[in-house]
Design a protein around this ligand. Sequence first.
Ligand SMILES: Nc1ncnc2c1ncn2[C@@H]1O[C@H](COP(=O)(O)OP(=O)(O)OP(=O)(O)O)[C@@H](O)[C@H]1O
Length: 656
Amino acid sequence: MASATKSGLDDSRRSLGSPKLRGRENTKDTLCRNITIYGKCRFEDKGCAFNHDPQKLYNANQNDSKKRLNVDSPSFTPAVIGANGSSSKKPNSISPKAAVAAPFLPKASGTSTPPIRPDTASSDWTVAEVPDFVPQGLDASQVQVSLQGNPNGVLNPAAAYDPFVTTPGSLAASGSVTSHPVQGNPYSHDAAAAVAASMGGTAFFSGQAGFQQPVQYHLYAPVGPHSQNIHPHNRNVHDLFLPNDFREELQKKAAATLQTLPNSSLPAHVDNFHSLVPLDLSHQKNASIFGYPSWVYKAQSGKDGNFYALRRLEGFRLTNEKAIRSVQAWKKVTNGSVVTVHDAFTTRVFQDSSLVFVMDYHPLSKTLAEQHLGAGSRYAGRATTAIPEAVMWSYVTQIASALKAIHSAKLAARIIDPSKIILTGKNRIRLSACAIMDVVQHDTQRSIEDLQHQDLVNFGQLMLALGASASGVVGSPTKSMEYFSRAYSPQLKNSVIWLLNAMQMDQERNIDIFISGISSQLISTFDSALHMDDQLTSDISRELENGRLVRLLTKLNFVNERPEYEHDRQWSENGERYFLKLFRDYVFHQVDSQNSPVVDLGHVLNCLNKLDAGTEEKVTLISRDEQSCFIVSYKELKKALESSFQALMKPTRRMH
Ligand SMILES: Nc1ncnc2c1ncn2[C@@H]1O[C@H](COP(=O)(O)OP(=O)(O)OP(=O)(O)O)[C@@H](O)[C@H]1O
C-alpha cells in the first residue's frame, strides 16, 4: 500500500478509468475513442493521432505509475510509518499535504508497524489470520503467469472503458470448479481448502494433473459450443449470462408452476393436494379417449410441496380393487419420454365418483394435437406447414424409446394419441396418459403381446396423422399415405408402413426389431441430444460465475457503510473498512471526464473477479474528496474483506 499526492495520481487515474483527452500534445498517450466504442478505428492508418493499442498504452501507464506510486516509493519506509503511527482524524488516510504515509501492512509482514487502533492487533482483527488465498507451491509469479498470456497479470484495460462490452482478454476463459460450502461460514471462499483439510489435506480434485489451487476465479472459461467469428466489439454482456430466450422460457415455466386460481369453484383439497388450477383449454366434455370425460389440473402436494398434474376421470366407479393396483407397475417406468405416474386414487370431492392419476407436472406443455393439428380440434388437419423430417425422426425416436421401456416392463402404453402426447420443450415429447387404460379397462381379454402390437400400430397411425397434417386430408389413410410418401423420405415412409402392419402375423414385429431398423436415425438423434446437452452445460456454466459473484457482493455490502457504525470511526473510516469503502467507489461510482457515471459491467466484473481471486495486481483507490489515494493489491483487499466480515460475525462486535 502506498499513498500519493493528488497531482501524482491524476495521470494514472485517467488512463485507468476514463477516456478523457488530455490535450493534443498527449494524443499518443490517449486511447482512441473509436477503439473504446467500436473496438477499431477506421482512421488508424489515415492520420488519426490517438493511440490504437490499449495494451501498449496500459503498459506505459503501468510503468509510469510504478515509478511514482508503487510499493517501493519513499512513503513505505519504516521511518515514515513510525512517524505516522499515532491516531489522527484519518490515521491511515494520508493527505497529500502530509509528507508521510501510513502503509497498510499485514501483521504477517514482520514489520514493527504499530497497529492503527489497539484492537486491530487483537486476534479478532488481524488480517494475517485470514488464510492467504495463494497456497503453498503457488507463488505470486505463478498467479500472474496464469493470466491468459498477459505477462502483467492485468486484464485488458479496454474492458474498463467499454460499457457492457467485454473484451476477449478480459472476460474470456474460466475457472469453473465450484467451491463447497464450509460449515460455519457459508460465504467462505476458501471452501476448497477447507474441503481439502477435512479430507486430510486432499481436495477431491487434487489428484488431477495440472489443476491449480486455488481456482483462478478471476478468469472466465466459457464451456463450448462457441459462436464463431465474433469480434471483441460484437461481444456483449449477454455472453456472460443465460441466453435470453432460454431464461425467458424458464421464467415463464416457473411463473406457470406458481400460478394460482383465486375464488375457484374447484375443491380446496383433493386427497393431500391443494391449489388446483385447470390445464384444459376447452370446457367441452370429451369421453372419446378413455370412455370417461377427463380433466387435467395442476396441484401442489401438501406432503412434499411439489407440483403435480392430476388427471381426473369424471364419473368413474371402481369395481375391482386390483384395477387400481396395476398402477404400481407403472411407477417403476422411468423414461424420458413417458410422464412419470406416481399414484392413483378415487375421490368424491368433485361431487361425483372420480378416478385421479397423479403424474409429473410439466409446466406450459402443449399436446401434439395442439401443436400440429390445430388447437382444440381433434384431427382437424389444420397444420399450416409440414413437420420437418428431422422433427418427425426425433418424435419417432422418443416414442420408440418410451415403448421400449414400457414393453420391457411387460406393459403396454395403450394410448398413443396426439392429444395425449405432450411437448415439454423444443421437440421434446412424452406420453402423458400411460397407466390409465390399465385401470379403466382392467378386465380386457386382450393379451399383453396383443396390446403391444396395438401400440406399434397406434404409433404408425400417429406418425401418419402428424406427417399428413399439412395436407388437409382427414380420415383417409390412402390419401394420407400418398401425401406422406411425397413429403418424406422412403426410410421414414417404410418405417411407418412397418408399424401400421404390426398386427399382421407374416413376420415377427416388436419394438426391438423396429429400433434396430432405425438405428442410423437413432444415432443422429442421439448426436443432436448430445449437442443439446453441451449447450445446456455451457449455459449453466455462465450462471455458475454469477452465483459466486453474488456471494462476494453480498459480503461486501454486509461490511460497507453499516448505519449502526456510522459515527464509529474505528469501524467505517479506519483501516480495512475504509479501503473497502473506497474500493466500492472504485468499482461502482467512477465518473468520466464529463462527470457522468461510468456504467461498465466489464469493469465491475473484472474488479470483483480479481477481488475474489485475491490477485497481486494493485488498484489505486481515491478518497471522495480526492485528497488521498492508496495503492492496494486485490490480495490485501480480499484479506480485508474476509477479516471485516469475520469481525462482523463476532458477537462482541455486534454488541459494540
Ligand atoms: N403431465 C402434464 N403436465 C402438464 N400439463 C399437462 C400434463 N398432461 C397434460 N397436460 C396439459 O393439459 C392440457 C389438457 O390435456 P388433455 O389430455 O385433457 O388434452 P385435451 O386436448 O383437452 O384432450 P381431451 O379433449 O381428450 O380432453 C393440455 O394442454 C396438456 O398439455
